[in-house]
Design a protein around this ligand. Structure first.
Ligand code: ADP
Length: 649
């Protein structure tokens, strides 16, 4: 049975090759609107069509999806089953495929049982070219029964490194995928991942029982990424962050913070400094998370501050920087997160601003791991991270070697080791040493905004047009209720703004405009371009008037909210709220309110401040009864400093 299928598939592939691969190119043009394949894509597509298993390691942005989507499209009567770990990712992929005119569906826990049975029914009729399912679903009893009724062409396993305990993102539910081969001995299995060491690759092949798979490992070098690693202390770190964000022109930024509390503090810090930023972490409710993600994807807010929960499945091509505020858990995790920068192939920065104390947090997390073997693996991963940051070797080269590659080159000429620490980082360090305030001024600094108001059109000729088309995309996205990037990728938008087509046939030549997309949006886009030619521009920065954390806190205090309530509403720690209030009191922006503290407590703290000075809070705390908190002291000290700065400073 297996051999027959194999032969049929192979003869099918041979006949397609006889057409000189033209059929593939025609399909590429028709559905994707692309002119040519990226390196290796065609080989992988042909191999899957020929019925061979595959294990593909390709860096983020390399174009993995196409490698399984195209064979799926070409098999017109059958369905490729794609195993994918994230619900949101499945939905996005299906929406994108539908926009390209490719029938696709997904099955996961977000569906009602009616929706599920409808999709199952259609799947069994062979209505989909691609069917996305979660690994948990494959593991369910009874899956093999319904899956056998689906005319499966092949299986594609996305994020395949999740199957390996040696990987940085092991997911037990992936282990169940080892049943696939047994259940479907004649269907090819193709595994895809962006980050797998040699050991993890071996594990993938063994676990999935791949048979003489096509092994494709692309180089891990990302020539357009500039890795810069810098050890900081708490204050230099925030200054580095601020400066790196300010220096970004057009494009988006991801900031990774180690804890949920740090996410909130970092968003506040950026907003206090006039930069709009939003948060993303595991404790936000799903709707708020999705909303924030979409705002960022649609370029409404350019800076996203997240925990590692953010990013898996984020397909945004114009990320200009990924900034880490702590050491990651593993080199692979770092490579994957940093790799979300520059998917469009244009230069992008990966800053790793770490602190010595990060080790403590890791020790804590690793200590929580119950399984001894897993704990040891976690330590091993962490030691590798330490050795990466301390290495005096080209960062690109180090990463390539980590994944088992033997580069023939020595230097990348871009990273901090090869090219040195960028001047501006040096300048920040020097100015902090001289005790100057955080911000350094230099003419090249550009603010991050969403509107055209603060960026000069002279910097980039079609910046205004890009803003205008982004606004168009946002509006369409709101009207239709679909995510902006599904309407048009950033790279497609860029190409559109460079080409400025004036007819549908010119539009069709812009990479990313396949038949369906041109049909759906072509006329609207041409009309928008025409309006731009006639002088219409994007509305000025929509962030103007957005309340920062200080304004928001003042408003809530004005509504007579307690500090605890404010902390809850703003999703911050109580101590962060009080710190912010104390700073405002100290700066004279807010009056100390008698109801914050009982008079005798205030007096007690005030006299301790007189005795000990307000420079450090610890001696004050020690001089007072235990029940008096740091927060209370912080507030009174702020009031004292404001009342008589000279006396107490
Ligand atoms: P990966 O999953 O490997 O991170 P994607 O499949 O998301 O990468 O592809 C990255 C980007 O490259 C996407 O915007 C995709 O549309 C684009 N892309 C992929 N293949 C091609 C191609 N042959 N020509 C032009 N763009 C491509």
């Amino acid at each position: 049975m297996a051999a027959t299928t194999f032969l049929t598939e192979q003869s099918r592939a041979t006949s397609s090759r006889q057409n000189g691969g033209e059929r593939l190119l025609r399909t590429l043009q028709h559905y994707w609107g692309y002119e040519s394949f990226r390196p290796s894509q065609q080989e992988i597509v042909e191999s899957i069509i020929a019925g061979r298993d595959a294990c593909v390691v390709m860096p983020t942005g390399g174009g993995k999806s196409l490698c399984y989507q195209m064979p799926a499209v070409l098999d017109e009567k059958r369905t490729a089953v794609v195993v994918s770990p994230l619900i949101a990712l499945m939905q996005d992929q299906v929406a994108q495929l539908e926009q390209m005119g490719i029938p696709a569906g997904f099955l996961n826990s977000s569906l009602s049982s009616e929706e599920r049975s409808e999709i199952l029914k259609r799947a069994c009729q062979g209505a989909y070219r691609l069917l996305y399912v979660s690994p948990e679903r494959i593991a369910l009893n009874g899956t093999s029964d319904w899956l056998r009724r689906v005319p499966v062409s092949f299986f594609a396993i996305d994020e395949a490194h999740c199957i390996s305990e040696w990987g940085h993102d092991f997911r037990p539910e992936y282990r169940q995928l080892n049943r696939l081969r047994e259940l479907f001995p004649s269907q090819p299995i193709a595994a895809f991942t962006a980050s797998a060491t040699r050991r993890v690759r071996q594990d993938i092949v063994e676990q999935l029982r791949l048979r003489e798979p096509l092994k494709h490992v692309a180089s891990f070098r990302r020539p357009n990424l500039r890795y810069v690693v810098r050890q900081c202390n708490a204050s230099t770190q925030m200054t580095m962050l601020l400066e790196s964000v300010r220096r970004m022109g057009d494009g988006n930024i991801i900031v990774y913070a180690p804890t949920i509390a740090r996410v909130g503090e970092t968003v506040d810090f950026l907003e206090e400094n006039g930069i709009r930023a939003i948060a993303y972490h595991g404790q936000m409710d799903a709707r708020a998370r999705r909303e924030n993600q979409e705002k960022w994807m649609a370029d409404e807010v350019r800076v996203m501050v997240g925990t590692i929960a953010f990013g898996l499945g984020i397909h945004k091509s114009s990320v200009r920087a990924v900034i880490h505020l702590a050491l990651p858990k593993s080199v692979e995790q770092y490579y994957q997160e940093a790799g979300r920068a520059g998917r469009d192939g244009k230069p992008a920065d990966c800053f790793l601003f770490w602190q010595k104390k990060d080790a403590g947090l890791h020790a804590y997390f690793i200590g929580q791991i119950a399984d001894a073997a897993e704990r040891e693996r976690a330590w091993q991963r962490y030691r590798e991270v330490e050795s990466f940051v301390n290495a005096r070797e080209c960062r690109q080269r180090y990463l390539c070697q980590h994944f088992g590659e033997s580069p023939k080159w020595e230097k990348c000429d871009g990273c901090d080791v090869c090219a040195g620490i960028p001047d501006w980082i040096e300048a920040v360090t020097q100015s902090l040493k001289r005790g100057k305030p955080a911000s350094i001024a230099d003419g090249r600094r550009k603010p991050v905004t969403t509107g055209s108001a603060n960026t000069t059109a002279a910097d980039e000729p079609n910046l205004e047009l890009k803003e205008y088309m982004r606004e168009w995309r946002r509006n369409v996205s709101r009207q239709k209720g679909i995510a902006a990037f599904i309407i048009m990728h950033d790279t497609t938008l860029e190409r559109l703004c460079s080409a400025v087509p004036s007819s549908l046939s010119e539009l069709r030549r812009v990479p990313g405009f396949g038949e369906k997309k041109t049909e759906m949006y072509g006329n609207e886009i041409l009309a928008a371009l025409e309006r731009f030619r006639n002088g219409e521009r994007a509305r000025p920065d929509s962030t103007v008037g957005h309340p920062g954390p200080a304004e928001e806190t003042l408003r809530l205090l004005g509504d007579r909210r307690t500090f605890e309530e404010i902390a809850q509403i703003r999703n911050r720690k109580l101590s962060s709220v009080i710190s912010l209030v104390a700073e405002m009191v100290e700066r004279g922006e807010l009056d100390f309110q008698p109801e914050w503290l009982a008079t005798e407590v205030f007096d007690q703290i005030a006299s301790a401040c007189q005795r000990c000075g307000t420079e450090r809070l610890k001696p004050i705390k020690e001089a007072l009864p235990e029940k008096i908190t740091y927060e209370q002291i912080r507030l009174v000290a702020a009031q004292m400093k404001r009342a008589s700065p000279a006396l107490l400073g």
